[in-house]
Design a protein. Structure first.
Length: 189
C-alpha cells in the first residue's frame, strides 16, 4: 500500500527539500498524521478528536473542575466549555456543582462516557502500532527519551525567570493583531 499523494509530498519535502529543517516542523507533521489517523478511527464511533482529549483525562481522574480539565488538556477555558457542552448533549459527561462547593462546576463521566474507553483505547493502541511499524525497540526507546527531553527543555524555557515571556490570552492576541493591522492601514500598507 502506497502513501497518499499528500503524504508523499510531505515525505519528499523532508527527505529532499529540507532534510535539515527545524525539528519542530517535523514533529508538527508527525503529530498531524497521528491526529488524522486517530480522528479517522474515532469517527467510526462519532467521537471528535477534541472529545478524545477530555475523555482520556476523565478516564484517569473523574470529577475534575472545568478549569482543571482545561489546564490538563492545554486548551483555553472557552474551548473546554464548548466541548463539554457538546459532550454533555451526547450523554458522555454530566456537569454539576457539589453541595460543599457551589462555585466550581465539576465534570463526571456518565456510564456511556465510561464505556467508550473499551471501544476507543484499542483504536489508539492500533494507531500507535501503525506509527511504530518497522522501528526497533531501541529506536522507540531513544525517540521517547528524546521527546521527553524536548518537553522538559521547553517547559523549563517557559518558566525561565530571566525571560519576560508568557502565554497571552486569546483576547490579548486579537488586540495585538488588530493594533498591527490598524498601524499598517494608517501607514498605507
Amino acid at each position: 500500500m502506497h502513501p497518499s499523494p499528500g503524504t508523499e509530498a510531505v515525505l519528499r519535502h523532508w527527505r529532499e527539500a529540507v532534510p535539515n529543517d527545524r525539528i519542530g516542523h517535523l514533529i508538527k507533521d508527525a503529530m498531524r498524521g497521528l491526529q488524522r489517523g486517530m480522528q479517522m478511527r474515532l469517527t467510526e464511533h462519532s467521537v471528535s478528536f477534541g472529545y478524545w482529549t477530555f475523555l482520556r483525562i476523565l478516564w484517569q481522574e473523574d470529577g475534575l473542575t472545568q478549569r482543571a480539565l482545561s489546564e490538563r488538556a492545554g486548551v483555553m477555558e472557552p474551548t473546554t466549555f464548548s466541548a463539554l457542552k457538546a459532550m454533555e448533549s451526547l450523554g458522555y459527561i454530566s456537569r454539576r456543582q457539589l453541595p460543599d462547593n457551589r462555585k466550581n462546576v465539576y465534570v463526571f463521566l456518565t456510564a456511556e462516557g465510561r464505556a467508550l474507553k473499551d471501544k476507543l483505547v484499542p483504536l489508539a493502541e492500533e494507531l500507535n502500532e501503525v506509527a511504530l511499524a518497522g522501528l526497533s525497540a531501541e529506536d522507540i526507546a531513544t525517540t521517547r527519551r528524546t521527546l521527553l527531553r524536548l518537553i522538559e527543555n521547553l517547559a523549563e524555557d517557559e518558566v525561565c525567570p530571566n525571560k519576560a515571556r508568557r502565554m497571552p490570552s486569546t483576547r490579548e492576541l486579537a488586540e495585538l493583531v488588530a493594533t498591527k493591522c490598524q498601524r499598517r492601514a494608517e501607514n498605507g500598507r
